[in-house]
Structure formats: C-alpha cells, structure tokens
Design a protein around this ligand. Structure first.
Ligand SMILES: Cc1cc2nc3c(=O)[nH]c(=O)nc-3n(C[C@H](O)[C@H](O)[C@H](O)COP(=O)(O)OP(=O)(O)OC[C@H]3O[C@@H](n4cnc5c(N)ncnc54)[C@H](O)[C@@H]3O)c2cc1C
Length: 412
C-alpha cells in the first residue's frame, strides 16, 4: 500500500471517496475541520433520490422566482444582503432553465443516478450498515389538478429517463398511507426509491468502517496549499502542514474558496435547507412523502418523523433563521394533519449547489494530483457512493464508469 490520498471533508461525499480509494489500494487520510457527517450530511431527508433527474432550473422559472421571493410561505428564501453575491448564480440558474439544457442536464444527472446502488452496495455491505436502509418507496403528493398538470413535463422527463411510477388517486394513496391529508387528490408513487432512516448514522457507520480498514481521520481545518511544479505537495492546516500525494477536495459548500486557491473558480452557493423532527407521534409513515404543492418532504426516521424543505440563499455559516423551520413545520402539518406537538429539534444544513444542478466531479484543470468532488445540491446523499467510485477510478487512471464530461470543473 504505497499510494497515498488525502480527502478534504468528511461529509457523506468525502467518506464515500475515502472508502472507494481504500478499495483501490490507497492509504487514505480524511481531513475534517469538525466532526464527520455533521454538516449538510447530518439532517437531510434520507432519500436515495434515484428518480430525481429533473433539475431545479426548469422552463418558466423566471416568471415564478420573483413571486416566490415575496411570498412568506414559499420554499425559496434569499437574504437581501446576500443578493450581490448570489446574483451571478441566479443568472446562470435562469440560463440553465432553457428547454434544451434541461433535457441535457436531466440526462447527465440520470447518468449518475442509475449507478446509485452500484456505488453504495459494497460500502454499505462492507460497513454492515444495511440496518439504516429501507426499501419502501416514495410518494409525490398533489393537492390540486392544477399542480398535477404543472408537473406534467417533469413527470414525462422522469419517465423518459427510465423512472418507473404509478399514478394513484387520493383514496388509493390513503389506503397505503392513512396519515395523508384528505386534501391530497393525486399521488405519483415511486416504489423503487429507497432511503436511509438516519443519514448521520449511515455516514458515521461508513466513517467507522473507513477507520477499521486502516484509514486515518485528522481533525484540522484546511486553509491552503503549498504548490510545487507537479501540483500541491502539502496542505496547510490550522494544525500545521501535511504532506500530500493525491488530494480530493470534497468539502461540500466550503470547497469553493479551496478550489479557487487551486486555480479553479466555481459558482458554488449554499442552498440552505431546514428540518424539524417530531418525536413520539404514535403512527407510522412507511414511505417518504414529497409534496408538490408545499415543497416539503416528510419521512419516518430512526428517531421520529422528519419534515424537510426550503432553499435559503445565504452565507453557509450565517446563523439559521428558525422561523423558516417553523414554516416547514406548518406545511408538514398540512400534509400530515396527525403530526402533533412541538418539534423535538430543528436544524439547518447548507446544500452545496451549482446553478446547473450538477456536481463537479473530475480532475483539477490546473493540477493533475487534485480531484474535485463537490456541489451535489439536493442529491449529495444519493450520489455520494457513485461519486466515490468515480473519484477512485480517476485516481487510478481506470476508464470511468460514467462519462464525466458534463461534470467537468471548468465547464462554467
Ligand atoms: C434539508 C435537506 C434535505 C436533503 N435531502 C436529501 C435527500 O433526501 N437525498 C439526497 O441525496 N440529498 C439530500 N440533501 C442534500 C445532501 O444532504 C447534500 O448534498 C450532502 O450532504 C452534501 O454532502 P457533502 O459531503 O458534499 O457536504 P457536507 O456534508 O457539508 O460535508 C462537507 C464537510 O467538509 C468539511 N470541511 C469544510 N471545509 C473544510 C476545511 N477547510 N477543512 C476541513 N474540513 C472541511 C465540513 O466540516 C463538512 O463536514 C438534502 C439537504 C438538505 C439541507
């Protein structure tokens, strides 16, 4: 084992990269400034979103955004002080909503999504972490014919990308999930979508397995690089410099300034999401629920029922605005009226998002010993396994399982 790799960031993406690199014979060090899995990877909805090829910028978005920004109950939030920084991102986002780009982006996202299982299976099996995974499917709910009609293009895009779905009426859906509101009149059932009942525990189990296999986790913040003729030779951390051979940058939304120091500019922004947890509810939800009308997701997790939602554009480390979590709670109660009492906890996590709804996965254009793996927006949990596999293939020089052209770091 004489090949050595250093992965920056121990969220779900960094941990999966580290495990796949180990399987290719690398001695791997993960460098994490906090605790593994405690940032965006901690409190997400837990869906392996294999049906989520549809990008976030869709035709017609330009008309919708201004209204959404001024509606207090809308899932889109923007801190006004953040406008100058976020504006270029939004301009690219609008450009990505052109119909031809949407088709191309959906196909690219799908090229990763079809390998979700192949990317994760060896890692979950190797860590004996199957207990954190359920195969119960997901339901998208609709409370009016209008919302269902508006989703027609997105549903067709899914279908054309090979997603299996069944359309049910509200009563059929309530037979399967009795807690659903009587307001729900239609449901798109996605029986093949599976999920984890605790994304943090899954990430922790994988990180423990990484350690068991001889990996090292260094608790330090990476602040820069010492670069020689062949690329970085050291990472500079708050605990001193560390020698490096292959470097993988997988620091979620915080990858942007580090990529910039390595000579690559990426339009990566924090799309901050919120969750509320309800404990001891006395009823069960088998499937994950996603409301098309309310843009919230609800799922029964290991420690209670979790409702998630919102895209808030703000600096990643700014204090959370828990009034937004309260809005998520109101929408969750409207979809599942049996949800009672105050939430046991509230949380915010920054999704690392590019305006074209695609991650960056690829070799640094400037340094051949640096690989980038960040910007997985709403699908970082889903895509982490295959991202790790692709990073390990790039590191060893093998042909990659997926064509990485759409994910190139210099595409912006
Ligand atoms: C509300 C919500 C719901 C979601 N639902 C889903 C879902 O159902 N399915 C799905 O697939 N995805 C979902 N996501 C998205 C998913 O959570 C993220 O895409 C994913 O967690 C990103 O993982 P990451 O490893 O890239 O980033 P992170 O988990 O943020 O990890 C990055 C790590 O890098 C570390 N780091 C940063 N800078 C440095 C540095 N300089 N030095 C050392 N360490 C550093 C950080 O401390 C952190 O631990 C959701 C997100 C949110 C917020």
């Amino acid at each position: 084992m004489d090949k050595q790799a250093t992965v920056i960031g121990a969220g779900i993406v960094g941990v999966c990269c580290a495990l796949h690199l180990q399987r290719e014979g690398y001695k791997v060090r993960l460098v994490e400034k906090g605790e593994p899995g405690m940032k965006a990877s901690f409190g997400n909805s837990g869906s392996f979103g294999t049906a989520s090829c549809v990008p976030f910028a869709m035709p017609g978005v330009l008309k919708k955004v201004p209204k959404m920004l001024f509606d207090s109950e809308s899932p889109l939030k923007l801190r006004w002080g953040h406008v100058p920084r976020a504006l270029p991102w939004f301009l690219r986002f609008i450009a990505a909503a052109r119909p031809s780009r949407v088709e191309e982006i959906a196909a690219a996202r799908n090229s990763l999504l079809v390998h979700t299982h192949a990317g994760y299976a060896p890692l979950i099996e190797g860590a004996d972490a199957r207990q954190w995974v359920r195969d119960d499917g997901l339901m998208m709910t609709f409370e009016s014919e209008g919302t269902f009609h508006n989703a027609a293009y997105a549903l067709d895009l899914r279908r054309r990308n090979g997603v299996h779905m069944d359309i049910l009426d509200g009563n059929e859906a309530r037979q399967m999930e009795p807690a659903l509101s009587p307001k729900v009149i239609k449901v798109v059932s996605l029986p093949d979508v599976n999920r984890t009942i605790d994304p943090f525990r899954l990430c922790s189990a994988l990180a423990m397995d990484f350690l068991r296999r001889g990996g090292e986790i260094v608790n330090a913040e990476v602040r820069g690089f010492e670069v020689g003729g062949e690329g970085p030779t050291k990472i500079v951390t708050d605990r001193g410099p560390i020698d490096v051979e292959t470097v993988v940058l997988a620091a979620g939304v915080w990858s942007r300034p580090l990529a910039k120091q390595l000579g690559t500019s990426v339009p990566l922004e924090a799309e901050r999401g919120y969750h509320v947890m309800f404990a001891n509810q006395g009823f069960e939800l088998r499937r994950a629920l996603v409301s098309a009308d309310r843009s919230v997701s609800i799922a029964h997790m290991h420690e209670g029922i979790r409702a998630t939602g919102v895209a808030e554009f703000a600096p990643p480390d700014a204090a959370p605005d828990m009034r937004i979590a309260d809005m998520v709670m109101r929408h969750a109660r409207a979809l599942v009226p049996a949800l009672k009492g105050e939430p046991a906890s509230k949380w915010m996590g920054p999704r690392p998002s590019h305006p074209d709804s695609k991650p960056v996965i690829g070799r640094s254009p400037r340094h051949k010993n640096v690989l980038f793996a960040f910007g997985h927006d709403h699908l970082g949990l889903t895509m982490a396994g295959i991202t790790g596999k692709l990073v390990a293939e790039l590191a060893t020089g093998k042909p990659t399982t997926v064509d990485l052209t759409p994910f190139r770091p210099d595409r912006f």
